[in-house]
Write a protein that binds this ligand. Structure first.
Ligand code: SF4
Length: 315
């Protein structure tokens, strides 16, 4: 599809509401510069699964958000608030190299004084034009790493090689930005912990793999340890998670972002550097714990659509 014919993405802003699970996540405002497809095309991507099902996932032709729409959205965000850049797609997927919608969005957020949390699997976030644009007081980074072996990672993702992502973390760290290694999903079989510990970055955020039928099809793993059933997913037991989290010894600030309620409470009280914010964003102060909501109703199956219930409507 030629540039002029690229389809437009009309609703770049989402606010997650009415969550049954993970009510403690503080960062529910999301701004997507691209939609309906991500060329990284990770085999386990929940957005891909959801939109594929509706025949609305086009990794080679993602829709592009209109900059006037983004400008209006940003104009309504409160200065000092936080928006996550990229909820349903990676805001640094390859089309950004041509369209620069994310770059322009960052400039608007700077002007408005809104913090932006960039979660990406692309090392292109350290290209010079971006380093020139970021405001160090507003920019926060989580660079996702899923394997310590480039070849293995390429079997299920097409984003930057894992080793380049590690180097991107180190570049941002050296430049003084707020950056975390985001070990997510943490799949122990894919990770040499000594390689992760050797990344020259002060912060790490861990999210363990949650297994459902779809994930089982993506990875040829032994799932016998995933015996903790919660929210329609199979999870590692807390003791195993603690053992894995404690093996990450070389970071000054460690956090586990949890989805299982009891596990969240354990890591909040015993492991996380900032018990008030598992994302541990720098320069954002909280004086109380986030709302943990009601205990969900048993092991009620969480449907993928529940996770994507946004702006009071289903995607
Ligand atoms: S980078 Fe993120 S949004 Fe893109 S395909 Fe992978 S998991 Fe999905």
């Amino acid at each position: 599809m030629g540039e002029g014919m690229t389809n437009e993405f009309k609703s770049p802003y989402t606010l997650m509401k009415n969550r049954k699970y993970n009510t403690w996540c503080r960062y529910t405002a999301r701004l997507d510069s691209y939609g309906r497809g991500c060329l990284h095309n990770c085999s386990y991507c929940y957005a891909r699964h959801l939109l594929d099902f509706r025949k609305n996932w086009h990794p080679n032709e993602p829709a592009v958000a209109n900059l006037d729409t983004i400008r209006k959205v940003v104009g309504k965000l409160a200065p000092g608030s936080v928006v996550k850049l990229g909820g349903m797609t990676d805001c640094f997927q390859p089309i950004e190299g041509k369209r620069h919608t994310t770059l322009e969005t960052i400039k608007m957020l700077n002007d408005r004084g809104v913090h932006y949390l960039i979660v990406t699997k692309s090392a292109t976030c350290v290209f010079p034009e971006y380093l020139d644009a970021y405001d160090p007081k507003l920019a926060h980074f989580q660079i996702s790493i899923t394997s310590t072996d480039d070849w293995n990672g390429n079997r299920y993702e097409t984003a930057s090689p894992q080793s380049e992502r590690m180097r991107a973390c180190e570049v941002l760290e050296r430049m003084g930005y707020d950056v975390s290694v985001r070990l997510s999903p943490f799949i122990p079989e894919f990770v040499d912990v000594s390689v992760i510990n050797a990344i020259d970055c002060g912060k790490i955020l861990v999210e363990f793999l949650k297994v459902n039928t779809y994930v089982r099809r993506c990875f040829d793993l032994d799932y016998s340890e995933y015996t903790c059933s919660y929210g329609g997913h199979s999870n590692l037991e807390l003791e195993r998670k603690i053992e894995l989290a404690e093996s990450l010894t070389d970071f000054d600030q460690r956090s586990v972002g949890e989805y299982v309620r009891d596990h969240y409470l354990y890591f909040r009280d015993n492991y996380n550097y900032n018990p008030f914010d598992c994302c541990n964003l720098r320069g954002i102060e909280y004086d109380d714990y986030p709302d943990i909501g009601e205990e969900p109703d048993g092991d009620k199956q969480m449907r993928l659509f529940d996770a994507c219930d946004v702006n009071g409507r289903r995607l």
